[in-house]
Ligand binder design. Structure first.
Ligand code: ATP
Length: 246
């Protein structure tokens, strides 16, 4: 079975995330996509995240109607770990305490629960992927699972290849011709496989949504209605600074 792992701060989850997951699920026949909200994102330690429970609740609401989209507690804080026993078998454990949750730990833990025939795909947007070389044990992570990178206009396989950590990054002479190609395709190098998925990126970010919510603007065009309702009910993002922990 092909399984997707999609991590993020999901603060909040929006239509861009859902579009990426749906496109990847269709293209790579993913039977499950695990949405894994980060406990403390190692990539966003300067930004105060909304408490995990709210981000998880929004993921659960947004994915309610897609049976193959599964909210995951893999990176849930320790106090929520016991709550994870009600989940489907593939996501019964969690990694993090209050420490940042690193993708390599999450992937390794998840793989312990998978069958030999299962194939794991790591879903990620091109913006996040461009930082991959700075991630903990980036080379090991790239070797653990296939990557599906959601592209956006102006990006090519060359950008993807150039973002790879030293040691696995192909020489410029190899990647230069990629620039002229469409923003899709596969890059198969010794020990790693990258798939570039085109036409997925939507013009929405969680930052825009938080800012709009802080100003009391309508959020409907960026979010699932249930998520917009939840934000309103719980008073999330009312002030962009200071009140992120209601
Ligand atoms: P923020 O604005 O707070 O930085 P974000 O909207 O980028 O948040 P994240 O939760 O940080 O959302 O992103 C999780 C993953 O989803 C990342 O791999 C990111 O590249 C990808 N992603 C974010 N926005 C989009 C989008 N509009 N379309 C496709 N992928 C996206």
């Amino acid at each position: 079975m092909n399984i997707g792992l999609f991590g993020g701060s999901f603060d909040p989850i929006h239509r861009g995330h859902l579009a990426l997951a749906q496109a990847a699920a269709e293209r790579y026949e993913l039977k499950q996509v695990l949405f894994v909200p980060a406990n403390v994102s190692p990539h966003k330690q300067k930004q105060a995240l909304t408490p995990f429970v709210h981000r998880y609740a929004m993921v659960a609401l947004a994915t309610e109607e897609q049976r193959h989209f599964i909210p995951s507690l893999l990176e849930a804080p320790a106090e929520l770990r016991s709550a994870s026993t009600g989940q489907r078998p593939v996501a019964t454990k969690s990694v993090a305490t209050s420490a940042p949750s690193y993708s390599i730990d999450t992937v390794r833990l998840l793989k312990q629960t998978l069958k030999k025939a299962d194939r794991l795909y790591f879903l990620i947007g091109i913006d996040a992927f461009r930082e991959i070389a700075k991630w903990r044990e980036a080379k090991a992570l790239l070797a653990e699972c296939a990557f599906v990178v959601a592209s956006r206009p102006g990006f090519s396989l060359k950008d993807v290849a150039e973002s790879l950590p030293e040691g696995v990054r192909p020489p410029a002479a190899v990647t230069k011709p990629f620039q002229k190609q469409a923003a899709s395709g596969d890059l198969v190098l010794p020990g790693l496989t990258l798939h570039l998925l085109e036409g997925v990126q939507q013009n929405v970010s969680a930052t825009t949504i938080r800012e709009a919510a802080a100003q009391g603007k309508p959020l409907g065009r960026w979010l699932e209605p249930r998520v917009a309702d939840y934000i309103r009910k719980m008073g999330l993002y009312r002030q962009e600074k200071g009140n992120r922990n209601p």
